[in-house]
Design a protein around this ligand. Structure first.
Ligand code: FES
Length: 249
């Protein structure tokens, strides 16, 4: 089938970008968005042009590396599905797509569809981890975690760090991403030990590098991991908890 594409081209962070129009004549319904871009790049390369730069790794919805904006929607028209799992067969009669990078002030364009998401790395660096000395691995039965807490922690840990939540937010907030880490670690014994310090450090980066949360919920609609809005509440809860306790942990 014939798909007309408007694709964002930008040679570098400081260079003005523009849309380029291309046609892929031999697209198939089974193709994913990324496979459509692969096909387009085959055509461009065969004609001696510069292929469109985009990111991918696992191509099965696990790594968070992919992520483009399709017709103004981060990842694409299928809700809660990463770009690598958006297949043309699900787009109905649509035969024209506009593909551009994830758009957010926190994600400057590196080239074409590739953006710099290192602001998310700085959030993780600030507190999205456990860095206490645990010694040798304890017997699993020594540190018990309730079933409900374990299930909830796993649900929040499902975030793949794609950044679509930030791109979908009219304010460019990263509260869903940050709250997923805070909620996940606050539920587990080792994470609880640094809870106050973690919240303070992550919220500082959150407020410095991203916009304020307006609780619009647009983030939830595009999240491939199904992180709930409760993660946003976790940011406020953990921040207040740290302030009232008045100490690091
Ligand atoms: S390439 Fe890994 S989630 Fe899409």
């Amino acid at each position: 089938m014939r798909i007309e594409l408007e694709v964002w081209r930008q040679d570098g962070p400081a260079v003005e970008g523009r849309f380029e129009t291309h046609v892929v004549d031999d697209a198939t319904p089974e193709m994913s968005l990324l496979e459509l871009l692969d096909r387009l790049n085959d055509q461009i390369a065969a004609a001696g042009g510069e292929p469109v730069q985009f990111e991918s790794d696992c191509r099965e919805g696990a790594c968070g590396a992919c992520g483009v904006t399709v017709d103004d929607v981060p990842h694409g028209p299928l809700p809660r599905t990463p770009s690598c799992r958006q297949h043309l067969r699900a787009f109905g009669d649509v035969r024209r797509l506009r593909i551009e990078p994830l758009r957010s002030a926190a994600f400057p364009v590196v080239r074409d569809l590739v953006v710099d998401r290192s602001a998310l790395d700085r959030l993780i660096e600030a507190g999205g981890h456990v860095d206490i000395m645990t010694g040798t691995a304890p017997d699993a039965d020594d540190v018990l975690v309730g079933h409900d807490d374990a299930e909830s922690a796993l649900d929040f840990a499902a975030c793949i760090g794609c950044g679509a939540c930030v791109a979908a937010c009219p304010n460019g907030a990263a509260h869903l991403f940050t709250g997923a880490k805070l909620a996940h670690l606050a539920l587990l014994p080792h994470g609880k030990l640094e809870r106050g310090r973690r919240a303070k450090a992550m919220v500082e980066v959150l407020e410095t590098e991203f916009g304020p949360c307006g609780t619009y919920g647009a983030c939830v609609d595009v999240c491939p991991a199904g992180i709930p809005l409760a993660a946003v509440a976790a940011v406020h809860r953990e921040r207040l908890r740290g302030a009232f306790r008045g100490r690091a942990d």
